[in-house]
Write a protein that binds this ligand. Structure first.
Ligand code: UDX
Length: 453
């Protein structure tokens, strides 16, 4: 395969965590490092395996993860990641040993293993083979710091919170409130903290890469670096640095692009809960009414299986198609980056997954934040209180409130200010990756470090 043409490049092995919000930035990082002269081998589980045919420049290796269909159907997300870390260690070690054995010259030797923080099983294998390793954190510095506060509170017996909706300030991390701490709702608490503790541990890795940038998180990055004994490289937004292939786990419906072409500039609100968050039928019906009553056109992603009790949008009782009417375009999966770059899109109702946030900020699109779990809650707080590029929809979903929030963002003067600040952030993000910018410089230092191994 394409590997042939790259025999003389030093090789990097990148280990993915098998979820869309992790695969996308890993491929983007791979494309960047490929452009810097490295040959790329991506190691992936069989579970949620992407189609490598979209990525001719990379070599893909799939390892046996030992996850049965029964495991996939019965385990929660946290448990799946823990099980993968237990079961992938050996297959990965064997796979890596084989790659090392097959090295032909010093020029194509494996210089380093770069692994997603949730695939920490990779570190032991790299260490056993005397290979350096680097952690890739696909989320952000603020969430990492907030997670550390949470781990500390758990150790002191303060978790679960007496009131999970508490407005009380987190003194170590303003402007967060207790309710914004990045707790996950998947599975038992002790599993969640086990995973978070493991993901936080740097082990013997040599550096950490973050898909973030100074213009969003300079002070948190400085604080993180002070606490950390290895260098941190903030090189984001990685999707904007070089064109990268995409590997979608769901089929994309690009018909929405021609629908967008027919809408007025800045008129459309794009609604997407990302790749993991789900909702119930009642909330979906309130959303449909709220969006329709706002009188703004909207593009709405409803993933199959994301509505509890219904297989897809059409099977939700309540005549959603009629409520949505002509004003709404509903798809199962959208080409999100292209959607956000379209001039008809004037707002993003988002769960605040970190990739979505970066994609929105990079196009100057203001946000209605509706976080579900984990880091999304931290990001939503920063969007509304610090960067001030959006509104936080916090209470129970109710059609009247949804209608008001959409109009505040899309029509009112208040929304104009947010759009202006979002455009300013877009410019700052562009400067970060341009020659001499903070992410540009960080990336060069990262490449120097890798070449020094
Ligand atoms: C998960 C966690 O939910 C999130 O908090 C964490 O930061 C990353 O992992 P996910 O739900 O996948 O995130 O959201 P996000 O980080 O936004 O990533 C979703 C990716 O899928 C984005 O790159 C987005 O462009 C893409 N996407 C989403 C599409 O291409 N089409 C869609 O219709 C929806």
């Amino acid at each position: 395969m394409a590997e042939q043409g790259h025999r003389q490049r030093p090789r990097l092995v990148l280990v993915a965590t098998p979820f869309q919000g992790h695969i996308n930035p890993l491929l983007q990082l791979s494309a960047i490092l490929h452009s810097k002269g490295f040959s790329i081998t991506i190691v992936h589980t069989q579970f949620n395996s992407p189609d490598p045919s979209n990525c001719p420049d990379f070599n893909f290796l799939f390892i046996q993860d030992g996850l049965s269909d029964h495991d996939i159907a019965s385990l929660d997300l946290t448990a799946i990641v823990l099980v993968l870390n237990d079961r992938c260690r050996l297959p990965f070690q064997e796979c890596l040993a084989k790659l090392v054995e097959e090295q032909e010259t010093d020029d194509d030797r494996i210089v380093c293993v770069i692994y997603d923080e949730l695939s920490y099983f990779s570190e032991a294998a790299a260490h056993n083979l005397k290979l350096p390793s680097i952690i890739f954190r696909t989320n952000n510095a603020n969430s990492f710091l907030a997670r550390s506060v949470l781990i500390e509170m758990y150790a002191q017996g303060h978790i679960p919170l007496a009131d999970p909706m508490s407005q009380e300030a987190v003194l170590e991390h303003p402007p967060l409130r207790l309710r914004d701490l990045p707790i996950s709702s998947f599975g038992p608490m002790k599993n969640f903290f086990k995973l978070m503790g493991n993901a936080r541990d740097v082990r013997r890795s040599s550096a950490i890469i973050y898909n973030t940038m100074d213009c969003l998180e300079e002070s948190s990055l400085t604080k993180l670096q002070q606490q950390c004994h290895v260098p941190i490289f903030a090189i984001g937004p990685v999707h904007k640095i070089v064109p990268a292939p995409s590997c979608r786990l769901l089929e994309e419906d690009s018909s929405c692009m021609s629908w967008l072409d027919k809408q007025a500039p800045n008129s459309v609100i794009y609604v997407s809960p990302g790749s993991l968050a789900s909702t119930n039928e009642k909330d979906l019906i309130e959303m449909a009414w709220g969006l329709a009553n706002s009188k703004q056109p909207f593009l709405w992603v409803v993933r199959p299986g994301s509505v509890h009790g219904s297989e897809c949008f059409e099977s939700v009782p309540g005549g959603l198609r009629e409520i949505v009417g002509e004003r709404g375009c509903v798809v199962k999966w959208a080409p999100q980056k292209e959607v956000l770059a379209h001039n008809a899109v004037g707002g993003f109702w988002s769960h605040c997954g970190w990739n979505s946030l970066l994609e929105s900020v990079s196009e100057g699109v203001p946000i209605i934040c509706r976080p579900s779990f984990g880091d999304q809650k931290v990001t939503a707080r920063y969007v509304s209180q610090v960067w001030r590029v959006g509104l936080h929809l916090e209470d129970e979903l109710e059609r009247g409130e949804i209608e008001r929030v959409v109009r505040r963002l899309m029509v009112d003067k208040e929304g104009e200010g947010m759009r202006q600040r979002a455009m300013n952030l877009k410019e700052k993000a562009e400067l970060c990756i341009r020659t001499g910018g903070s992410s540009y410089n960080s990336l060069n230092k990262l490449v120097e470090l890798i070449k020094s191994f």
